[in-house]
Design a protein around this ligand. Structure first.
Ligand code: ADP
Ligand code: MG
Ligand code: MG
Length: 245
């Protein structure tokens, strides 16, 4: 029933043990929130899955089969897509060029502009995103650019989708839009890892919650059985309310 199993993942950077036996078990057709304070290792864990980093130790299984990706292309080819915390877009290029960067639709060795345009339009229509594919991406608002990144990740048709703080610059309305997209993907059986600090969002959209601290797995709970106070307590490692009885 697990589409993704990450167990005892370790990753050392010079001077920092970013991951120290981190775990994540993601069910098919579910949203799994990954929470922890800044520096807890959330992004690093997902970058190990996505092949940005290679873990020093531990095991990653997709559909029960061990995998070890050494670059993002391998991850994408194996059904894993990711929306990064940082927007990596070429600002002076069009939306559609950004969407197809690194995977150009070619016709006789040349990039097929017409096909890129049509495919981009189709993806945006399907996701209800109101952006002209020909717009220069740097002219969009940050939240529109974030929606384009989300559309790009969704367009890979991955079975595992990682969203690393996707709503950091979205309006409330746009968050609602994203949640409709997420719910549709969930119905299609996509497993999603959702990183956010926004507690209300987490409790609304996720099925399970994993809490990390100092690179370590701390707990995994069903989202309907956990409260905000419990999450905070697990995140910081002590009860903050104790001081205010
Ligand atoms: P989170 O996403 O939970 O905020 P990160 O995974 O970004 O945490 O970072 C975990 C730890 O690893 C932090 O101490 C961070 O400074 C460190 N770290 C992350 N990426 C690198 C890197 N490329 N080189 C060195 N240290 C890093
Ligand atoms: Mg962070
Ligand atoms: Mg992060």
């Amino acid at each position: 029933e697990y589409i993704l199993e990450m167990t005892n993942i370790e990753k050392q950077f010079p001077g920092v043990k970013a991951l120290d036996k981190a775990n994540l078990m993601l069910k098919k057709g579910s949203v799994h929130a990954l929470m922890g304070e800044n520096g807890a290792g959330k992004s690093t864990l997902m970058k190990c899955l996505f092949g940005v980093y290679v873990e020093d130790a531990g095991e990653i299984k997709i559909d029960g089969k061990p995998v070890r990706f050494t670059n993002p292309k391998q991850a994408l080819d194996n059904g894993v897509a990711m929306v990064h915390q940082e927007l990596n877009q070429v600002l002076r290029r069009s939306v559609m060029e950004n969407l197809w960067l690194g995977r150009f639709i070619k016709k006789g060795g040349f990039i097929d502009d017409k096909k890129c345009y049509e495919e981009t339009k189709k993806i945006f229509e399907d996701l209800d995103i109101d952006v002209d594919p020909k717009t220069i991406i740097g002219e969009l608002s940050v939240s529109q650019r974030q929606m384009v990144e989300i559309a790009k990740a969704v367009s890979y048709d991955a079975k595992i989708l990682v969203l690393d703080e996707p709503t950091s610059s979205l309006t409330k309305e746009e968050v609602g839009h994203l949640f409709r997209i997420i719910n549709r993907l969930r119905d299609r059986g996509v497993g999603m890892v959702y990183i956010s600090h926004k507690m209300e969002e987490i409790l609304e959209i996720s099925d399970d919650v994993t809490i990390m601290r100092d690179g370590k797995w701390i707990a995994t709970k069903s989202a309907k059985d956990i409260t905000m106070d419990e999450i905070i307590k697990l995140m910081v490692g002590r009860d903050l309310t104790e001081r205010f009885p």
